[in-house]
Design a protein around this ligand. Structure first.
Ligand SMILES: [Zn+2]
Length: 257
């Protein structure tokens, strides 16, 4: 995404300069199966950007380059997209769920509260969800509050048949059923925090965030109180366990480089 307003969104550059906002997706190889975390924009968004809606396109200027779609990047890595058996969705906002329809046989793991909000959006949330992105018959796997614990956070272990340890960590606030996704790697835990925060400085102490990004998050929040509480908890997680867990958000290109 290439919106104008670099200084307000990235904290440097000119007021009218464009900046680059990315959407981190992860591909996990486990026991011959592939698991995708979030899907960014998909082929359908590239062939028909209009489905994203005029206000969104005017504001964030998505590039919609087919080569940047998850399916083309999976292919470029030498994999067969049919091996993507599972998609884990941090949430279903249009800049995260665009590629779901490109993997029609994959099970899509999502929090039940998120799917309910996306299927029947309130008037104020109608533009953030685009059901066309999900394809004609998505295979949803809904998850709810789990009994497990992960560094003090509630967690729901996914796909226990795989050797990879993957868990959904409820972090509501940005949307109704927004989650982080924790993955245990040989280099320690990764926590994909989705849109729980937008800027690396937000989980530093003291907190830092460019004004435009702060406003953007406030305008697009489902529950401000929950969002702030979860950001605080992520700040504590980074402070207390930063050597065991690598935290990153969807949209900051400086993170997970
Ligand atoms: Zn987003």
């Amino acid at each position: 995404m290439c919106p104008r307003g670099a200084r307000l969104l990235a904290g440097h550059g000119g007021l009218l300069e464009t900046t680059k906002i990315i959407a981190h997706c992860l591909l996990i190889e486990a026991d011959g199966e592939l698991v995708l975390v979030d899907t960014g924009f998909g082929l359908g968004d590239c062939s028909n950007p209009k489905r994203l809606g005029q206000p969104f396109r005017a504001l964030v200027a998505p590039a919609c380059d087919e080569n940047e779609s998850a399916i083309r990047q999976v292919e470029a890595l030498g994999h067969d997209p049919a091996d993507v058996r599972h998609i884990v969705a941090t949430h279903l906002d249009l800049d995260h769920a665009g590629g779901i329809g490109d993997f029609p046989d994959a099970q899509v793991h999502v929090f039940a509260a998120e799917l309910a909000a996306a299927r029947s959006p309130s008037l104020t949330e109608r533009t953030r969800y685009v059901s066309e992105q999900w394809g004609p018959s998505p295979i949803w796997v809904e998850h709810g509050a789990g009994g497990d614990s992960w560094f003090g956070f509630e967690s729901v272990r996914l796909l226990p048949h795989l050797d990879a340890e993957i868990a959904m960590i409820p972090l509501p606030g940005h949307t109704a059923g927004h989650c982080g996704v924790a993955i245990n790697t040989s280099d320690g835990w990764l926590l994909h925090c989705g849109d729980a925060f937008f800027f690396a400085g937000e989980i530093e102490t003291p907190r830092r965030c460019p004004a435009g990004l702060r406003l953007f998050q406030q305008i697009n929040q489902h529950d401000g109180k929950a969002r702030h509480r979860n950001q605080e908890r992520l700040r504590e997680l980074k402070r207390d366990h930063g050597n065991e867990v690598t935290l990153f958000c969807s949209h900051d290109p400086q993170m997970l480089t």
